[in-house]
Design a binder for this molecule. Sequence first.
Ligand SMILES: [Fe+2]
Length: 328
Amino acid sequence: MADYLPVNSNSLRSDTTIGCDLYLRIKTKFENRYVLYCKDDIVFGDNKKGMLCEKNISRLFIKKDDQQKYYEYLENNFQEIITDVRIPPSQRTKIVHSAATNLVKDLFNDPRAGNIERTKTFAYNMVDYILQEGRAARSLLNIAIHEYYTYTHSVNVAAVGTLFAKELGFKNEDLKHFCSGILLHDIGKTRISTDILNKKGKLTKEEYEKIKKHPETGVEILKETGNGFTDEYLITLQHHENYDGTGYPHGLGKDEIHHTGKIARIIDVYDALTTTRSYAQAKRPFAALVEMKEKMINCFDKELFVEFIRFSGPYDQRAKQRKNNKVH
Ligand SMILES: [Fe+2]
C-alpha cells in the first residue's frame, strides 16, 4: 500500500491545479482509508475548498511519491500563500520552512544553475515574508530540527540570519542578497564525500583539509552559473573566517572580513551548536551562547556577538518557558 503524507489544506489555493491527487482520510474502526478528493489535473475550486472549511477539515493527504509535485506547487504559489491572511501565521511559517528545506535538499542533490536560481528567487520571497510578518516570523526560529543535514542547517541559518540582519537594520535589497547568500553558503559541501561530512569520529588531517576547501569550491560553483552573485560570494567564501585570523580558507581577520561574513560566522556556529550533528548532541540556545562566549569569543566580532545575544534573548526565554512547562 502506498504511503500517504498530510498536507495543510490552507496551503491549497482556490482555482489552482495542484498537480497531484488529493485524498481525504476516512478513519474506520479497523483501518485508515484514503478516498480521492481532487484529481491532479482538476482545478481545486471554491466548492472543494468551501466543503473542507464547512467540515472543519484542515488536512488532506497526498501519495508519498507525489511529494515533489506538491512542493513544486508550493514554490510556484509561494507569494500568494505567504500573503494569505486567512492562513494562521504558525501554519504559514511551517509552509515556508518545509518548502525551503525541500528546495535546499534539491539544491544539494543537484547544484546546477537552475536550482541555484530557484534558491535565489525563494530567498527573495522568504525575505518578503519576514518583512511582512515582522515579529511573527520569529516563529521560524522555533521549528525544531532534530537531525543534522546540510540542507536543514542552511535553512535554519538563513532563517536566523535574515531575522538577525533585519534587526541590525538591513534594508530590503541587502536583506534579499543576504538571505540568498546564506541559503547557498555551504553549497561547496556538495563536492565533499558524505563519508567525510557525516563521519562520527575525529577527522584526519587530510579529511579536514578537504572540508576547508568548501567555501572556495562554493564560490566556484556560483561562478559556474554565470550569475551576478557578488554578495552571495562573500558569505559563501567568508563564513568560516574568524575575527582573530584563525579561520579558513584565507585566515582573514578583523575588518578584512566583510560585515555579512562576520554575521554568517556567528549564525553558522550558533546553528551548528544548537543542532544534533553526527558527532555531537544539540545544546540549548542559552548553553550554545555561553559556549560561544567562553570558548570562541575571539572568532567573532564582539559588538556583533553582543547584538546577537540581545537578539536571541527573548527566543531563549521562550525556549526556557517551554522547557519549564514540560517539567511541571
Ligand atoms: Fe560551512
